[in-house]
Design a binder for this molecule. Structure first.
Ligand code: SF4
Length: 293
């Protein structure tokens, strides 16, 4: 179906792993433009954040064919506990670098796109950074969207899955779960953190019957070892709720950001995988009966 999107289509770009799959319909734009920012003072802001009424937002955008079904409003929250070597939006890692946006303001904006979501089978996707760095704010937005009858998704590494309450899970239709490696040592090398919380979160989602799209970024020389890929595939195959796997080829689109932030970018010389390499990894997942993109 072809639809006209309400203008403006804005946003500052993806920051989880979602932008790795050639952004069909993803628009670069203006961060938090078109959202009214909070002018509360510092102490008031902390209280509002704790209560889930205020969030630190990096950007938002309307996208089609990424971040979940249909046309979606993807909201990128600031702050992330991981330090992925391949992060293509390192400017989302610090929560303080986001803009203060009230939940009511974001929900007002979401409401405006209800007819678009309905017409396309779309909805909202909360991404980051790491959405679960701001669980109270995320919970408010997810509950508000559900009240409006809107399909909801979160894009997460699962590392902070323990911060996701059961009540919050009740308001989530789909989880884009970024499994950055299957081997704990490789995971640590890639992210600086442990793998186990992600595995635990995926299992909890399976127990709850919440649909998962599992994402894996293929980085030559870092995540592409056959044993590592096998472990991710094996894990995915044990989860009854994984309806698709996305193997996303590493790219160099974040390189300039690392440099402009004065951060040490260790993958400057890493080449993207070839199409054949990507396809052969996809085939490993398919062999286990998974639907793979
Ligand atoms: S999870 Fe990794 S890739 Fe995603 S925002 Fe955090 S550091 Fe970047």
């Amino acid at each position: 179906m072809t639809i006209s999107l309400p203008a403006p289509v804005v946003g500052g770009g993806a920051s989880g792993d979602q932008g790795f799959d050639a952004p069909v319909g993803r628009a670069e734009g203006a961060g938090t433009a078109a959202l009214e920012l909070s002018h509360a003072d510092r102490s008031e802001r902390f209280a509002q954040m704790r209560a889930g009424q205020l969030g630190s937002v990096h950007s938002w955008e309307l996208v089609t064919a990424v971040d979940g079904p249909g046309t979606r409003m993807t909201v990128f929250l600031s702050g992330c506990p991981l330090r992925c070597l391949y992060c293509h939006n390192p400017d989302t890692m610090q929560m303080r670098s986001g803009d203060p946006v009230e939940a009511s303001e974001l929900l007002r904006r979401i409401r405006r796109y209800r007819s678009v979501f309905r017409a396309t089978g779309g909805g909202i996707t909360l991404s980051g950074g790491e959405v679960l760095m701001q669980p109270a704010f995320a919970a408010t937005i997810l509950a508000g969207a559900k009240e409006m009858g809107i399909h909801t998704a979160i894009d997460t590494s699962g590392y902070l899955g323990a911060a996701c309450t059961d009540e919050m899970l009740d308001n989530i239709d789909l989880v884009l779960l970024d499994v950055k490696s299957g081997d704990p040592e490789t995971y640590k090398k890639v992210t600086g953190r442990e793998l186990q919380p992600t595995l635990d979160f995926g299992r909890r989602l399976a127990e709850k019957g919440i649909e998962v799209w599992l994402r894996f970024v293929l980085v030559p020389g870092l995540t592409d070892a056959p044993e590592n890929v096998e472990k991710v595939a094996e894990y995915a195959a044990t989860l009854s709720n994984v309806s698709r796997v996305e193997v996303l080829p590493f790219h160099q689109m974040g390189k300039d950001k690392w440099q402009s932030l004065g951060l040490d970018y260790q993958l400057a010389d890493t080449k993207p995988p070839t199409n054949d390499e990507v396809e052969s990894v996809r085939a490993r997942f398919r062999k286990r009966g998974l639907t793979v993109y």
